[in-house]
Design a protein around this ligand. Structure first.
Ligand code: SF4
Ligand code: SF4
Length: 227
C-alpha cells in the first residue's frame, strides 16, 4: 500500500511552534502515520506526556481513521469541546492531513511531523520512495521500476558511469536502480527497451500548484470524483 512517509520534528521545534499556546489538542492518523509509527495512538499518547512535561495542558487527543479524507470534519466534531478548549492543534499526520484539518478548524495548526515522500513499505520498517509524480511517466520502458525516484541523479537514461557491481555510486548499500531495471527487462524479454532514448525530463510539464479539471462526462457517475 502507498503511504505518506513522515518523521517527527525535533521536540524543541514543536515546542517552539506551540509558543504562546498553553492548551493543546493532539490529532494523530490511523493510516500512514500509524504504519510509520510517527502519529498512531502510542506516539500521540507519548507526545501528550512530553507536552505536559513542557507545562502545556493537553485538552484531549484523537487518532482520526484517515486524516486526509472527507470524513475528517465529522470525526473532529466528536471532540468539539476539547478542541474548542485548546489554543492550538498539534497534528501528527502527514501534511495532507494537516491541511485537511486546517480547512475545517479555525484554530492554529502545528505539524509535529515532516512529510518526506510518498512511498511504499518494501520490507518491515523500510520505506522507499517510488514516484515523485514527475508528470511524464516512463515506466512503460523501465519494466515498471521508476528511475526518477529510484536513482540519486534521477537519470532516465541510465545507468551512470559510476554504477559498480550493481550498487549505486552514491550509496553503496543501495542497488543501482538501473541494474534493477535491467534485470526486470531481461526477465520480461524486453532488454531492447534499455536502448530506448528518453528525452530530458520537462520539469515544467505540470507547474506548481498542480491542478487538473476532469471533464464531467469523463467521470463515472458513481465514482464519487469531485473537483
Ligand atoms: S516516471 Fe517515476 S516519478 Fe515519473 S510519474 Fe512515472 S513513476 Fe512517477
Ligand atoms: S549508480 Fe545507478 S542509481 Fe546510482 S546514481 Fe548512477 S545510475 Fe543512479
Amino acid at each position: 500500500m502507498i503511504r505518506s512517509i513522515t518523521q517527527q520534528k525535533p521536540m524543541a521545534e514543536i515546542i517552539g511552534h506551540c509558543e504562546g499556546a498553553s492548551k493543546v489538542f493532539i490529532v494523530g492518523c490511523g493510516t500512514c502515520t500509524t504504519l510509520t509509527r510517527t502519529g498512531g495512538q502510542p506516539e500521540v499518547v507519548k507526545m501528550a506526556d512530553r507536552l505536559r512535561e513542557a507545562n502545556k495542558e493537553v485538552t484531549g487527543w484523537m487518532v482520526l481513521p484517515v486524516a486526509c479524507d472527507e470524513l475528517t470534519s465529522e470525526a473532529l466534531e466528536e471532540n468539539r469541546d476539547a478542541i474548542a478548549g485548546a489554543d492550538t492543534l498539534l497534528i501528527m499526520t502527514c501534511a495532507f492531513g494537516v491541511q485537511t484539518i486546517a480547512m475545517h478548524i479555525d484554530k492554529p495548526v502545528v505539524p509535529a511531523l515532516d512529510t518526506l515522500f510518498i512511498g511504499k513499505e518494501k520490507a518491515p520498517g523500510l520505506f522507499g520512495e517510488i514516484c515523485v509524480q514527475c508528470g511524464e511517466c516512463v515506466l512503460a520502458d523501465t519494466g515498471g521500476i521508476c528511475p526518477v525516484a529510484g536513482c540519486h541523479k534521477g537519470m532516465v537514461n541510465g545507468p551512470c558511469g559510476g554504477t559498480n557491481k550493481g550498487k549505486c555510486e552514491i550509496d553503496s548499500n543501495k542497488d543501482c536502480v538501473w541494474t534493477l531495471i535491467y534485470e526486470k527487462l531481461e526477465k520480461l524479454g524486453r532488454l531492447d527497451r534499455m536502448r530506448a532514448y528518453q528525452p530530458p525530463k520537462n520539469y515544467h510539464v505540470e507547474p506548481r500548484p498542480g491542478r487538473i479539471i476532469i471533464p464531467f462526462d469523463a467521470r463515472s457517475e458513481d465514482d464519487g470524483t469531485k473537483l
